[in-house]
Design a protein around this ligand. Structure first.
Ligand code: FAD
Length: 488
C-alpha cells in the first residue's frame, strides 16, 4: 500500500470508483446547456495546450498545470527536438482550433527527402505527387507559444512552474509543487495527463491500478547539431536546398536535417547507443566523432562549423516506444499524447498523432449523454489500435530512412509505386502518403500498406527494374486482390 494518500510508487491497488460530479466541478455549458465537468490538464506542451483550447471552446472549464516556466516570458526551455515535421493530421487538428494558417506562416515547406549517399550526388525523393502533398518544418518553441496563447484566449487557466507530484484518485485531488518544492493541493475534477513520455500522472495511475506499461527501448539514441545560414554579407542563405528534409543514410545509422525559417538547419544524428563502431559509445567525444564524420559524411561535416563544441555539449537523447494496456482510470483520469503512446520519431508522427488524439477526445467529451468514463473508454477503443499502428510504422521507417532509401530494390518499388499511383489511384497509394497526407486511420494505412507491398513484391520478383513490370497485369492484380482505397 502507498504510505500516503497520494500514490507515486507501486503498491496502492485501490478499487476504482467511477468519477462523480461534485457541485463545484460543474459549469454551465455554453454549447448545449448541459453541465460539463471541470477538467484539470497536466502538461502544457504541444498536446496539452491544443487540447485545452479545443475543450475550452466547447465550454469546458479547463485548468492547465505546466512544470516549466511560461515560455512566453522565460523563453522556451526545449530539451527535446527543437524542430518538428507537421503533416496533414496535425494540420487538421490545428484547423479545428483556427490555428493552421498562423502555424504555416512560420513553417518551412519540405517536398521530400533529399538523400545524400556517401560519395554520390544528392537526389530528391518526393513525398507526394505534387506540392499539394508536402510536410512542414516547424519550431517546437514557436508552436508551443502559439498554442499556449490560443489556450489562454479560449479561457484556459494556465499555471506555470507547477509540477504534478502526486494524485489521490479516490478524493479527486492532486498535489503540485513549485520550483522551490513548495507543495499545495488542488481539487482535480476530471484529470487528463498530457505530461509527455515521462508522465508523472501515468506513474500515479499505475500505482493506483496497474496500467500494463511496457517500454521498448530502440537501442539507438540521438544528438542535435546545427548547420548555420551561410553568407557573410548580412543576407542569410540556406547552406542546402531549403524545401527538403535532408538524409545522410549510412546503413546502421543516419543524420537528418530540417530547415528553420531563419536559414539554419537542425541536424539530428541517430546512432546505436552502445556496441560496435559506430555508436555513441564508440564516439564518446568530438575528437573521435570528427575523425569518423570526416570519412563517413565528408560533405556534411564542413556545414557544421560548431561540430566539436556542439557534439561535446549537447545531450544524447534516448528513444523508446511506450505501450499501455489501459489509458484511463474509469472517468477520473486519462492519458493522451506521448504520455499514453510515445513512439520513435522516424515517421515524424508523434505530435501529429497526439494532435489527432485531441480532436477525437474533445469531440467525445462534448457529446451529449456521454460521461467522462464513457468518453475515455471510447477514446481508448478508437485511438489505441491506431497508436499501435503508427508505433510499428515509425519503427519500420527507421530502417527505410537509414538503409533502404539508397537500396536498388527499394528504389524500384518506389518507382513502380509512382507508376501505379498514376494509373490506378483508386487502388494504390503509397503507405507514406496514407499516413502523411490523409486522415485514414493509421491501422488502415498499416494493413493496406502490407497488402500493397505483397503485390508489389509479386510483380517485381527479385528484379530491381520497375519498367519491366507489365502495367496491365499490375492493374488487373491490384483490382482483383484489393478493394478500392477507403476515402478520408
Ligand atoms: C528527436 C525527436 C524528433 C521528433 N520529431 C517529430 C516530428 O518531426 N513530428 C512529430 O509529429 N513528432 C515528432 N516527435 C514527437 C513529438 O516530440 C512528441 O510526440 C510530442 O512532443 C508529444 O507532445 P506531448 O504534449 O504529448 O508531450 P511533450 O511535448 O513532452 O509535453 C509534455 C509537457 O508536460 C510537461 N510536464 C512533464 N511532467 C510534468 C509534471 N509532472 N507536471 C506538469 N507538467 C509536466 C512538460 O514540461 C511538457 O511541457 C519527435 C520526438 C523526438 C524525441
Amino acid at each position: 500500500m502507498c504510505p500516503a494518500r497520494f500514490c507515486m510508487g507501486s503498491g496502492d491497488m485501490g478499487i476504482a470508483v467511477p468519477y462523480r460530479l461534485r457541485n463545484s466541478d460543474a459549469i454551465p455549458s455554453t454549447e448545449r446547456g448541459m453541465t460539463k465537468p471541470s477538467i484539470t490538464l497536466i502538461g502544457g506542451g504541444l498536446v496539452g495546450a491544443l487540447l485545452g483550447t479545443l475543450l475550452a471552446r466547447r465550454g469546458f472549464a479547463v485548468e492547465l498545470f505546466e512544470k516549466r516556466d511560461d515560455p512566453r516570458v522565460a523563453g522556451f526551455a526545449g530539451g527535446r527536438s527543437i524542430i518538428l515535421a507537421l503533416a496533414e493530421r496535425g494540420l487538421h487538428a490545428l484547423r479545428q482550433a483556427g490555428l493552421a494558417d498562423d502555424v504555416l506562416t512560420h513553417a518551412m515547406m519540405m517536398r521530400g527527402r533529399m538523400v545524400h549517399p556517401l560519395g554520390g550526388e544528392a537526389g530528391l525523393q518526393r513525398y507526394g505527387v505534387d506540392d499539394g502533398e508536402v510536410i512542414w518544418s516547424v519550431s517546437r518553441g514557436a508552436l508551443n507559444v502559439l498554442l499556449l496563447d490560443a489556450a489562454e484566449a479560449a479561457g484556459v487557466r494556465l499555471h506555470f512552474g507547477q509540477s504534478l507530484v502526486g494524485a489521490d484518485f479516490d478524493a479527486g485531488r492532486i498535489r503540485l509543487a513549485d520550483a522551490r518544492g513548495t507543495e499545495r493541493e488542488h481539487d482535480a475534477g476530471v484529470l487528463i495527463g498530457a505530461d509527455g513520455a515521462g508522465s508523472t500522472l501515468r506513474a500515479a495511475m499505475d500505482a493506483h491500478a496497474p496500467l500494463g506499461l511496457r517500454v521498448e527501448p530502440l537501442g539507438h539514441s540521438y544528438k542535435e547539431l546545427e548547420i548555420p545560414p551561410t553568407g557573410g554579407d548580412g543576407r542569410a542563405r540556406f547552406a542546402l536546398e531549403p524545401n527538403a528534409l535532408h538524409i545522410w543514410p549510412r546503413g546502421g545509422y543516419m543524420c537528418i536535417a530540417l530547415p528553420n525559417t531563419e536559414g539554419s538547419f537542425t541536424v539530428t544524428l541517430f546512432l546505436p547507443a552502445q556496441g560496435a563502431h559506430p555508436s555513441f559509445a564508440s564516439l564518446p567525444d568530438a575528437a573521435r566523432a570528427t575523425a569518423f564524420f570526416r570519412e563517413d559524411s565528408p560533405d556534411l561535416l564542413p556545414l557544421i562549423p560548431r561540430f566539436a563544441e556542439d557534439y561535446d555539449s549537447h545531450p544524447v537523447g534516448t528513444l523508446s516506444t511506450l505501450y499501455l494496456d489501459r489509458w484511463h482510470l474509469d472517468g477520473r483520469a486519462l492519458l493522451i499524447g506521448d504520455a499514453a503512446h510515445a513512439i520513435v520519431p522516424f515517421h515524424g508522427q508523434g505530435m501529429n498523432c497526439g494532435f489527432e488524439d485531441t480532436v477525437a477526445l474533445a469531440g467525445l467529451l462534448a457529446e451529449v449523454g456521454r460521461d467522462s468514463a464513457d468518453a475515455f473508454a471510447e477514446f481508448q477503443r478508437v485511438r489505441q489500435p491506431n497508436a499501435d499502428a503508427i508505433a510499428q510504422m515509425a519503427l519500420e521507417n527507421y530502417v527505410e530512412m537509414r538503409d533502404s532509401v539508397a537500396d536498388p530494390h527499394y528504389l524500384a518499388k518506389r518507382e513502380l509505386g509512382a507508376l501505379l499511383a498514376e494509373r490506378i489511384p483508386s487502388h494504390y497509394m503509397a503507405r507514406y502518403r496514407l499516413v502523411t497526407f490523409t486522415h485514414l486511420p493509421y491501422a488502415y494505412a498499416l494493413e493496406r500498406g502490407r497488402a500493397q507491398d505483397a503485390l508489389m513484391r509479386r510483380l517485381l520478383g527479385d528484379g530491381c527494374y520497375a519498367k519491366a513490370v507489365d502495367l496491365d497485369t499490375a492493374e488487373a492484380l491490384f483490382k482483383a486482390e484489393l478493394p478500392p482505397l477507403a476515402r478520408g
